[in-house]
Design a protein around this ligand. Structure first.
Ligand code: F3S
Length: 674
């Protein structure tokens, strides 16, 4: 039975896949576009694109006035960008981000005065593009011998600053040799290993595969530099290494006497061509009794990563709807925005940066298209759940946003993990709807975790209780008689109100609420009112605090004392009638008693016949006892005063009349004597 193994890294690399997709995308949009050189070194793909209207141009001057230019993954030098911009043309930049990184290094190091040495093929478009960012400051070497020669011919380089980069597809074995050939311990030389991970992985796998194969098939364009390198690498280990462009070329090969066949492909070889090679090979090898299920072999070979696997990836680019990542296989990794975050206000660039390493979970693999879909949210959820478990173990407080009200409670999200908080643990009163918590940030402890089902239960009440205990301890540390607090009215009873002092509730007795008479505390305060109170009494053991609310300066008795004296005549309002007399308000908060005997200057049997509630009467103050808070007032005293006045008036009149009579009599006597 012939064993066939397909390299896991065979086929499109990320950069090529991206470039090809960008071109097909332009076709979909419908505008006119041309690629600056063939988009990849693969005739089938290039022919297909040409059939769909994509022209290939070699120079920007060939662009039609209404045509966009697509820069391929190899990239171009600065001068080309300038030419495009000066010509007012639009370009689509499909330069592979890994190549762009080299452009950046070369440009920056040139600015800093480094000489740039590039490992690669000086005629390869990628190297030509790199040179175009180095301001004529670059030299290219093909191998270690050429590198040594550069230093021999330019001994002053040993004293100068030198930066070394490599073409992304440079041979990794040659690169190792070049590094060994460099002058030793020269701190002026900076080495940037810019060989693309996809390339090095592909080459390393090709070395291993070719060592263990009787026949090696390398699939890829005849002009593809990386495919040629793969061929050369494999040829070193396997004599029967063949470079083919498509499945038709298999017929020309003798495959029959091989026991192990290895297949790999260049970075610009589409998956469908590899599949065609597989299928055709199946047909050819069908003559063998022990047929091989090549489809399965292909599928198996592509499964370097698995759905559900946690992988590390590098962020290659981000746009408004997704992040593109390099997962270290031939697949292109996509992380849709919906798998980055739940936060609708965030975009991928708020969450990930290009070049950053990120942990992701594989949610879908499409080997046919070479695409893998990944999720950051799922990693966050796992990490979040680990934190939840830790929070439970350590009884620490976590926070989260309440996302939903569900049957029996609410769901709060903590770092992507949804935590159920039962209604009884929300700290929300029975008469308040749980909706009040929606979208609110809440703090809670974890009271239950089910690791298998990834469920967690939280408690806001526990946090509130702990906060109250802390506040209570703080209160008792500093509480003292007469200390003033501001607090909210939490409840109102018939005998007083309870005020939250922060951890401890204090009570204002009804008698302390007002200097005047009140029927119920709600006559003075309402629920939720903020009151300024002071401590009247403290009992820490019983956790009891009595509060005062009414102020001395508002004491009506003080006001009364300052204003009135015994003997004053005042107006008063009858406020209550009892069998022994009537109470009348003199000023607010101060009532005087008109004893039944002081209501009239005659015997009174029924007070109600003379007085009624609300009636205003004139009274005389007979007695003031501020200690006992008693004032005696009298209506009768005023009546008697009036009588006295009347009586004294009559006496004066009689006296006057008497004097008049005497005078008359005297006058008559005088006349007689005369
Ligand atoms: Fe880019 Fe590496 Fe491919 S540099 S184009 S991903 S081989």
């Amino acid at each position: 039975m012939v064993k066939i193994k397909v390299a896991k890294t065979a086929g499109f690399c990320f950069g090529v896949d991206r470039a090809v997709k960008l071109v097909y995308n332009e076709i979909k949009k419908g505008g006119k576009s041309a690629t600056l050189g063939p988009i990849i070194h693969n005739n089938q793909v290039v022919n297909d694109l040409q059939k769909k209207g994509i022209r290939i141009i070699e120079d920007i001057s060939e662009l039609a006035f209404d045509e966009k230019v697509i820069i391929r993954s190899h990239g171009v030098g600065k001068s080309i960008y300038n030419e495009i911009e000066q010509g007012g043309k639009i370009y689509i930049d499909a330069t592979c981000p890994f190549v762009s990184r080299i452009h950046k290094i070369v440009s920056e190091k040139t600015q800093e005065g480094h000489i740039i040495l590039i490992a690669g093929d000086s005629e390869h478009p990628e190297v030509v593009g790199i040179i175009g960012h180095g301001e004529k400051n670059c030299m290219v070497f093909n191998d270690s011998d050429e590198l040594k020669e550069i230093f021999l011919k330019n001994p002053d380089f040993l004293e100068k600053k030198v930066a070394i980069v490599a073409q992304t597809t440079y041979n990794i074995i040659l690169w190792e040799e070049c590094l060994k050939a460099l002058p030793e311990n020269n701190s002026n030389i900076i080495i940037y290993d810019t060989i693309c991970n996809a390339t090095s992985c592909r080459q390393e796998e090709a070395i291993e595969l070719s060592k263990n194969s009787d026949i090696m098939i390398i699939v890829g364009g005849k002009h593809s530099s990386n495919t040629i390198k793969l061929y050369n690498i494999c040829k070193e280990n396997c004599n029967r290494t063949y470079h083919i462009e498509n499945s038709d070329e298999l017929y020309a090969l003798n495959l029959m006497d091989a026991k192990r066949i290895g297949i790999t492909a260049g970075a610009s070889t589409p998956a469908y061509i590899i599949k065609e090679v597989q299928t055709k090979m199946t047909e050819i090898l069908n003559n063998f009794e022990d047929d091989i299920n090549f489809e399965e072999a292909l599928a198996q070979s592509f499964k370097k990563i698995h759905t559900g696997e946690r992988v590390k990836a590098y962020v290659v680019s981000v746009n408004n709807s997704e992040a593109i990542v390099d997962v270290g296989t031939k697949h292109t990794g996509y992380v849709p925005l919906s798998e980055l975050t739940d936060d609708p206000t965030k975009t991928p660039s708020d969450i990930l940066n290009v070049g950053e390493e990120v942990e992701l979970i594989v949610t879908k693999i499409n080997d046919q298209e070479g695409i893998v879909t990944l999720s950051k949210k799922k990693v966050d959820e796992r990490l979040g759940f680990e934190k939840i478990i830790k929070a439970k173990e350590e009884n620490t407080v976590v926070d989260g946003i309440v996302q939903n009200v569900v049957k029996g409670g609410v769901l709060a999200s903590h770092k992507g993990v949804r935590v159920f908080i039962p209604a009884s643990q929300t700290g929300v009163g029975r008469n308040t709807k749980l909706d009040t918590l929606l979208k609110q940030k809440v703090e809670f402890t974890i009271i239950e975790v089910n690791e298998q089902r990834r469920r967690a239960v939280g408690s806001i009440s526990a946090v509130l209780k702990a906060q109250r205990e802390e506040a209570k301890a703080k209160f008792w540390e500093s509480a003292e008689i007469d200390k003033v607090y501001k607090g909210e009215v939490k409840s109102i009873t018939n005998y007083g109100v309870f005020v939250d002092l922060g951890g401890v509730d204090g009570m204002i007795h009804i008698s302390e609420l007002s200097w005047g008479r009140i029927k119920h505390p709600s006559d003075v305060v309402n629920m939720g009112d903020m009151l300024e109170v002071f401590i009247k009494e403290l009992d820490k053991d019983a956790n009891r605090v009595s509060l005062g609310y009414k102020k001395t300066e508002d004491n009506p008795w003080e006001k009364f004392k300052a204003q009135f004296n015994v003997g004053d005549i005042v107006k008063a309002n009858i406020v209550s009638i009892t069998p022994f007399g009537a109470f009348a308000q003199i000023i607010e908060g101060v009532d005087g008693l008109i004893h039944i005997s002081q209501i009239a200057n005659r015997r009174v049997d029924d007070i109600n016949e003379i007085l009624s509630i609300g009636q205003e009467v004139d009274v005389k103050i007979l007695e003031i006892d501020t200690d006992k808070k008693r004032i005696s007032i009298s209506m009768r005293a005023l009546l008697e005063d009036e009588e006295d006045e009347e009586t004294s008036g009559e006496i004066v009149e009689e006296k006057a009349m008497d004097e008049e009579v005497i005078e008359e009599e005297t006058t008559e006597t005088d006349i007689t004597e005369e």
